[in-house]
Design a protein around this ligand. Structure first.
Ligand code: C2E
Ligand code: MG
Ligand code: MG
Ligand code: MG
Length: 278
């Protein structure tokens, strides 16, 4: 009996694994040509000042609606697009589209500070990336001084000359860098003073558990203190309740982003949100 149960468990495990692989293959196949078929769109989420509630930035978040009804979020498809290299072309599209939208908001007289765009480690590794960012901004008529690239710690662990000169080029054009999901990656922090970083974004997993777990609250306090010691601004991600905002504010955290203020919204919905606040 025990043996049977064991075998069943094993078989179930096998099926689950098989289904995971099937899904991956399906996503990979459907990603091919998705850009040309116009299956991507962007959602936008504001970041606000914890001091006075002002909108300080808007982050563009990639959405994918493949024909055939597959539902798949960026946490799942971006890593696959990174593996296939597809993320480079998709990332260029994100940047161009986000800049175009940001310019439209700006022209409509809406105030929102910076436009933030996520860039993956694979994009950062491309030696032409920085030059393309600047060219895409110029084409879209969006000032590089109002662009922020959100990158993860792992991007900055590649200590290559190409990355260094790319980041220097971005810096010379006033592009800001934010470290996304801060605290979840590597613990070597040398890159913080080696590269022109201006913002740290505290990962949402910390924001969620800091209320229940004093050790996590100590950790977020340490991140805020570290950030300020280095002259950086600190952003709390995934703020869903007033209690979370209050705790972060008390720790001196500068900015917050999360469902408490706004979910990621369509461009039209964010236009209405900005108008209402403005
Ligand atoms: P991220 O850059 O850390 O983005 C924050 C994620 O948290 C977003 O998930 C957002 O929808 C979600 N979020 C924001 N506030 C709250 C909240 O209060 N509660 C909860 N439960 N969630 C909240 P999303 O849109 O699914 O994106 C996931 C990740 O995919 C992003 O994490 C980013 O790493 C990646 N990603 C998204 N768009 C792009 C893109 O254009 N390029 C690249 N390379 N990666 C992207
Ligand atoms: Mg981000
Ligand atoms: Mg994040
Ligand atoms: Mg993330």
């Amino acid at each position: 009996r025990a043996k049977d149960a064991g075998r069943n468990t094993y078989q179930f495990h096998d099926v689950a694994q098989f289904e995971r692989v099937q899904r991956r293959i399906r996503i990979e196949r459907q990603l091919r040509g998705a850009l040309e078929r116009g299956e991507f769109s962007l959602a936008y989420q504001p970041a606000v000042s914890l001091r006075d509630g002002r909108v300080l930035g808007i982050e563009a978040l990639l959405r994918w609606r493949p024909a055939g009804g597959l539902r798949c979020g960026p946490d799942e498809f971006v890593p696959i697009a990174e593996e296939t290299g597809e993320i480079v072309r998709i990332g260029d599209w994100v940047l161009a589209e986000a800049c175009r939208q940001a310019r439209a908001w700006d022209r409509a007289g809406l105030r929102f500070g910076h436009l933030a765009v996520n860039a993956s480690a694979v994009q950062m590794r491309d030696p032409q990336f920085a030059a393309r960012v600047i060219a895409l901004c110029a084409e879209a008529g969006w000032p590089t001084e109002r662009l922020e690239l959100e990158i993860t710690e792992s991007s900055m662990m590649i200590d290559s000359e190409a990355l260094r000169s790319g980041l220097a080029l971005l810096e010379s054009h006033g592009v800001r860098l934010a470290v996304d999901d801060f605290g979840t990656g590597f613990s070597n922090l040398q890159y913080l003073h080696r590269f022109p970083v201006s913002h740290l974004k505290i990962d949402r997993a910390f924001t969620w558990s800091m209320l229940e777990d004093p050790a996590v609250a100590e950790l977020t306090q340490a991140i805020v203190t570290l950030g300020h010691a280095l002259g950086l601004r600190v952003v709390g991600e995934g703020v869903e309740t007033e209690a979370m905002a209050e705790l972060l504010r008390g720790q001196g955290c500068d900015e917050a982003q999360g469902y408490l203020y706004a979910r990621p919204l369509s461009a039209d919905a964010l236009t209405a949100w900005l108008r209402e606040r403005g």
